[in-house]
Design a protein around this ligand. Sequence first.
Ligand code: SF4
Length: 354
Amino acid sequence: HDDGLIGISLNFLSQALPAFAIAGYLKKEYPGIKIIMGGGLVTSWIKGPGWKNSFKGLVDEMVTGPGEEYLRDLLNIRERAAHVRPQYDLSPGDQYISPGFILPYSASSGCYWQKCGFCPERAEGNPYRPVPPDTVLDDLSLLIEKHRPSMVHILDNAISPALLRHLIKRPLNAPWYGFVRITDHFKDKGFCLDLKRSGCTMLKIGIESGDQGVLDALDKGLDLTTASIVLKNLKEAGIATYLYFLFGTPPEGEKEARHTMEFVKRHIDYIGFMNLALFNMPLNHPDADRYNRNQFYEGDLSLYTSFEHPKGWGRAKVRAFLDNEFRRDPDIREVVKRNPPFFTSNHAAFFYPW
Ligand code: SF4
């Protein structure tokens, strides 16, 4: 009806076409309806340089950041709750393509580290907002009891050590996985075994490079000697690892990329799954102009820009190295092949042990 209000959450570029198709359909069939769009991708677009709203007439308002406050104001709701437990009653959890229902839960927004060079999270200056660990555990135990998920996905950019300790104290009644940074806590094998007992089935970790100089230049706060110990401990504790490597960052040249390949080969027995990515320069990074950036193509809605690599280690060379050498190594190929077809890293835990 005339006062109808529809909110659409758009988080990933792959959702953009369906999201705008839904908006277009609604506007055509119900011209009086008001459409509001928000979500991670919309926030990044609006916070990016030179944002121009090209969707006027299709979307009435585009909103940055968490949408709850905005919707409350719009609907004249005066109560303010410090924390609201997520509701999954309306989501068709059993209709997603997945080996089982995964319950997603954000224990924080932003990132507690917030230092890595070229991280969009940092470039956008998104504040770190953690939910208190005891509240997280209260929420999760109620949600698990109600929805009986096959797994819990803790969606944080990096689960904080404080929350990991709480998970150990109050184990979940369902297996869980999520992203962590490598910290000294994991050097203690007892800590890794306790995490396993808490339900931890897989940890996703951004190692990015096997070259300490590159890691330091990127401010990853990651020490490769520690990483070696941690990967071994996690393997022995029975926790799968999903490692992310990033090639073609500005401080990396061919020599450093080869160090990454050597690191992977040295730790091949401790790596569960692997993601190999080519570096993209975030559009709104303050240093991006130093690298002669260019739009990938006109009207690009991507959050990234092309750039001239300072060491001549551009995308074509990186891609050739990955395709012709890295992925062809017999040991590495075996690990890469484990990535479950049709599914993403978010479902890999279902396929462990392989
Ligand atoms: S840990 Fe991840 S989210 Fe946090 S600053 Fe580094 S790359 Fe960004």
